[in-house]
Write a protein that binds this ligand. Structure first.
Ligand code: FES
Ligand SMILES: [Fe+2]
Length: 377
């Protein structure tokens, strides 16, 4: 029996593994090979803590959001008992999903197929016409519950029973962003953008400011110069922070800025990733959450959530502020879509090889080291 060849050539992984000053990108196959995507699902996504929703999306008992966590339909539920749970959204009878994707409010989840009904804790309450089924007791039937964690107002879950808890893995990150009070924020707008590229193209684009000089030359570069961006060491923890200092921090703090921030904190922009693809852009008066749903090696759905601080944006200014941020985010993201389209065009060309990274792209390098290790490469 012969061993199967490695997914990537050892010479290619060695070039990506080199110290930042001499490192290359991942090779094109890492993005365009469906076998790599299948391996990512098994090695990265199946064991990752992935952000599903915000607490502010399900504030009341009975509120829920139905969605897919890879192939597993789930219900993120605010139980009538006050607990937040992530439950399997698959009926215990003959496997019909209980609720269609999207938000809602229910006291009971009644299956559309044969009307088995579950409470918001996942307990089967009613199963009609089951008389005569031996040893069947609804009290012994409960929807499987995934491990979940609340961090900074986000509800994360994992399919991995043995995954280490999330928060202790990202302590350096949590400390860095603590002044921005992410747990005080709430989703004010959500924008959907399907993308026809590999998910890593989007993450890499999000995590470097080098492209401000061309892609965003008229929008971001005048405010956040590419050359000033810097990226702290992550001490081997699974995250990266791109810090983009504002060119001018002398003016008044922008509207809605949290109290107690320094002039730099009030004006600078952070782009951050918790590996593999939990993306947050953070400023002193709000944040954006880029929720990625990788569908295939060449397809990733993106949901951009605009978050505003509840303590500094008054209700009467909420909609106007949200619309203004959403409009700005759309302009920037449309510039990024054009860049991602270009990259995908080139990555799928047969003569394309690994490129050299700029030291300004340290986040990509940090992510690649984590990716290679987790992929066993
Ligand atoms: S599949 Fe749900 S009640 Fe039959
Ligand atoms: Fe960009």
């Amino acid at each position: 029996m012969t061993a199967s060849p490695p997914l990537l050539a050892p010479e290619a992984t060695a070039r990506a593994r080199a110290p930042l000053a001499s490192a290359a990108t991942l090779p094109p196959q890492a993005y365009r090979d469906p076998a790599i995507f299948a391996a990512e699902r098994a090695c990265l996504f199946a064991s990752a803590w992935l952000p599903l929703a915000r607490l502010d999306q399900i504030p009341e008992p009975g509120d829920y959001i139905a969605m897919d966590l890879m192939d597993q339909p789930v219900l993120v539920v605010h139980g009538m008992d006050g607990e937040i749970r992530v439950l399997s959204n698959v009926c215990l009878h003959r496997a019909a999903p209980l609720a269609e994707p999207g938000p809602g409010h229910r006291r009971l989840f009644s299956c559309p197929y044969h009307a088995w009904s579950y409470d918001t804790e996942g307990q089967l309450i009613r199963a009609p016409l089951m008389d005569g089924a031996d040893h069947f007791d609804t009290r012994n039937c409960r929807l499987p519950q995934l491990r979940s964690e609340i961090w900074q107002g986000f509800i994360l879950a994992t399919l991995d029973e043995t995954a280490a808890p999330f928060a202790p893995q990202v302590t350096g990150f949590t400390d860095y962003v603590a002044p921005y009070r992410l747990d005080d924020m709430a989703i004010a707008r959500t924008l959907d953008f399907p993308g026809h590229w590999n998910w890593k193209v989007l993450v890499e684009n999000f995590m470097e400011a080098y492209h401000h000089i061309a892609t965003h030359s008229a929008t971001l570069e005048p405010v956040f110069h590419a050359r000033d961006s810097h990226i702290p060491d992550n001490d081997g923890q699974p995250w990266s922070i791109l810090h983009m200092p504002a060119a001018d921090v002398s003016g008044p703090h922008p509207e809605g800025t949290l109290p107690g921030l320094t002039d730099a904190q009030a004006h600078d922009l952070l782009a951050t990733v918790l590996f593999p693809h939990f993306l947050l852009g953070i400023q002193g008066n709000g944040a954006v959450w880029y929720q990625l749903l990788p569908r295939a090696h060449d397809e990733v759905d993106l949901r951009i959530h605009v978050l505003l601080p509840r303590s500094t944006v008054p209700p009467e200014a909420w909609d106007e502020t949200a619309d203004a941020v959403a409009a700005l985010v759309t302009v920037i993201h449309e510039e990024d879509i054009a860049a991602n389209n270009l990259v995908w065009q080139g990555l799928t060309a047969p003569l394309t090889t690994q490129g050299r990274l700029s030291p300004l792209e340290k986040s990509i390098w940090q992510m690649n080291q984590w990716w290679l290790t987790r992929m066993g490469l």
